[in-house]
Design a protein around this ligand. Sequence first.
Ligand SMILES: [Zn+2]
Length: 229
Amino acid sequence: MLAPDRRNRLSVDEEDRNPMSTQPSRPRQRLFARLASIALTVAATVAAVGAIAMPARADNFGGCYGPLTDQGCVPDNFNHWYCYDESVGTINQTFRTQIVAAMVYLHDNTSYDQFFEPNGVCNAASDVVWQVTTAVAPNRGDYACLTFNSAGRCEQARLRLNPNLLTDTHNRRKTACHELGHSVGLAHGQFGASTPEFYDDCMRTGPVNTETRFQQLNLHHRTHANNRA
Ligand SMILES: [Zn+2]
């Protein structure tokens, strides 16, 4: 949950508004489910983009309760409401553009829908809270599930991007895609690997070149996300 004093610091940014004309009303019971889940909140699972190479392993999915810590948690549903938390760092237009592009990519290529919170202001029900902050150093970015519902699904995830280490467009986009991938349950799989830590999409770790594939999720990862398994 975000502290109340962190919720109202964003200026209106019409340019970032979701192009979708309609947004679904949010089920009232969802708030109660969230409130009930607060007590179940556990330590955040943090996945560092720039993490040290891990041993070879199977391509796990949605196992944020397991022994591995770099896996994303399956979210509560397919509606991904996102917002900008500027309490820890300004999210300038350069980053907003890549965040929006990553959200639209997810919407267009998976079963997930993306919705922009009014004026981008985060609230307790926001699914994806974006931050641009050097606090994530020495990592390029990271992911954490902040709150879980009673079914163990992630109610709210925090995605952080490091402005000091994401200094070009394609790496900003790659890391936005990467952390967003964690928010739909993806881990650092090794599908398509020629070496244990090589991935042919944005779920690989570390800096990338300008190839488009590093700004996207491969079919294997999209299938995982859509099947939620
Ligand atoms: Zn990661």
